[in-house]
Design a protein around this ligand. Structure first.
Ligand SMILES: NC(=O)c1ccc[n+]([C@@H]2O[C@H](COP(=O)([O-])OP(=O)(O)OC[C@H]3O[C@@H](n4cnc5c(N)ncnc54)[C@H](OP(=O)(O)O)[C@@H]3O)[C@@H](O)[C@H]2O)c1
Length: 413
């Protein structure tokens, strides 16, 4: 695309930045294909306000200067829009930019942000550098946002038959859009049925499943995932995890990580990740597929088992942590420290624990068979704990692991 095409000017400065994302163009466009969605992924533009039927957006930047932009072209089919700037604290005028999402294969896309402008009081190079920096930072923030594992979802471990159906149905009605299941839970069909019955569109959901240890070999992993998809009544999941590393290395880590990456290439899963991986296993997985390909390591993590070494290693490598059994299967909910914090905030103990984990940057997937608990857990997103609350919960760590099945668990860190 020629950025200045629209103005037919040869004298204007111009720049173009692009990023390749391991996500289909449709999904990226879904996220950014609105003129009002830009501030969501530009951290330094916290808010926008639309006017004139969505044709004008006013962005507030942190220094309080308003940027007023006008939508010039919006093409949903070809996935791009162009806008001009009417007012901004930039040393430029005649600003015209286009944001475009292009497919690059079924599950890969390229996002391009191109602009042209006339410098005012600065050199061409300076103004180009300014906008190139803004575009590059913005696209990187977009990449981060699009690959984020959502902060709060609902788990389905132990839920069978009607209990699984009801729990997922209630969760969807309460507003959950993120559901965690696994092949071994034996409830993928009920999860799929509950989603179908809810009427919530597939595109609004973030579904995770996990490959059981019997299906780790190259010839089984993808067929087993296709079976999961059939049960879930979908043609892709958002995230597929290796549930546990292969006991006794029966299947080589390289083999199942490559098969998992292949599943992503085939569009069966948008992201891939691992679960119950130690630092050593994470390191090995990184060597096979690269850290950037691993969306999360889902591990047992709650106030009594804070798993700091594993979480720190993951953080250093840019791998997100998902905390499972955040409530320690209910055990931490009667802890006196948690109860006192809950009382101070007029919150439930579960909300306190979930808010603690989320503030540490972990995703959480608490499960419940009760509608009231599902509803109140969702509200943990609104609870802001103080630094002192965080420190008090931080002090509850006692290395108490609840999940360590014999013959399955690796040598924990
Ligand atoms: N990757 C893995 O190997 C792995 C292992 C374990 C779990 N997981 C995932 O993580 C999810 C969460 O773990 P989990 O289900 O084992 O444990 P959890 O979420 O820590 O605890 C669930 C228990 O807490 C209770 N509970 C939930 N909300 C509550 C509230 N507001 N007040 C009081 N009690 C409440 C539930 O009882 P009620 O039903 O009575 O509300 C249930 O007994 C699982 O469902 C699964 O998806 C993954």
């Amino acid at each position: 695309m020629r950025p200045c095409q629209a103005t037919r000017s040869k004298t204007m400065a111009s720049t173009i930045a692009s990023i390749t994302l391991p996500v289909s163009a449709d999904r990226v466009w879904q996220l950014i294909g609105g003129f009002n969605s830009l501030p969501d992924w530009l951290p330094y533009i916290p808010q926008s306000e639309l006017s004139e039927g969505g044709r004008i957006r006013t962005l507030a930047n942190p220094s309080g200067d308003a940027i007023v932009e006008r939508l010039e072209v919006f093409n949903d089919e070809e996935r791009y829009y162009s806008y001009s700037i009417l007012k901004a604290p930039f040393p430029s005028r005649d600003y015209y930019a286009t944001l475009r999402v292009k497919p690059a294969g079924e599950t890969t896309s390229v996002v391009e942000w191109a602009g042209c402008f006339a410098p005012v009081g600065v050199s061409d190079e300076e103004v180009v550098r300014l906008f190139h920096g803004i575009y590059t930072d913005g696209l990187q923030a977009l990449a981060q946002k699009i690959m984020e594992v959502p902060a709060l979802g609902v788990g389905t471990f132990r839920l069978q038959g009607e209990a699984a159906f009801d729990s997922v149905r209630n969760a969807l009605e309460a507003g959950y859009r993120v559901i965690d299941t696994a092949q071994i839970y034996g409830n993928e069909a009920e999860v799929g049925a509950a989603i179908a019955a809810s009427g919530v569109p597939r595109s609004a959901l973030y579904l995770t499943t996990k490959i059981w240890i019997d299906n780790l070999s190259r010839d089984k992993l993808i067929p087993s995932l296709k079976e999961s998809l059939a049960k879930l009544r979908t043609d892709y999941v958002d995230l597929t995890l290796i549930h546990w590393p292969s006991p006794g290395d029966a299947v080589a880590l390289k083999e199942f990580m490559e098969a998992l990456a292949e599943a992503r290439e085939q569009g069966l899963t948008r992201q891939i990740g691992i679960s119950n991986f130690t630092i050593d296993l994470m390191q090995q997985a990184i060597e096979v597929v690269g850290a950037e390909a691993i969306a999360t390591n889902q591990i047992e993590l709650h106030p009594y088992l804070q798993n700091r070494k594993v979480a720190e290693f993951a953080r250093q490598n840019g791998i997100h942590v998902t905390s499972y059994m955040t409530l320690a299967y209910g055990k931490v909910l009667s802890d006196p420290t948690i109860l006192a914090i809950a009382e101070r905030h007029q919150a439930t103990p579960a909300q306190v624990v979930l808010a603690w984990a989320m503030r540490l940057g972990y995703a959480v997937i608490p499960s419940s068979t009760k509608r009231a608990n599902l509803e109140s857990n969702l509200k943990a997103r609104e609870l802001n704990l103080s630094d002192d609350d965080m420190a008090q919960i931080g002090a509850l760590d006692r290395g108490e692991r609840l999940t360590s099945p014999q013959g399955l668990a690796p040598a924990w860190d």
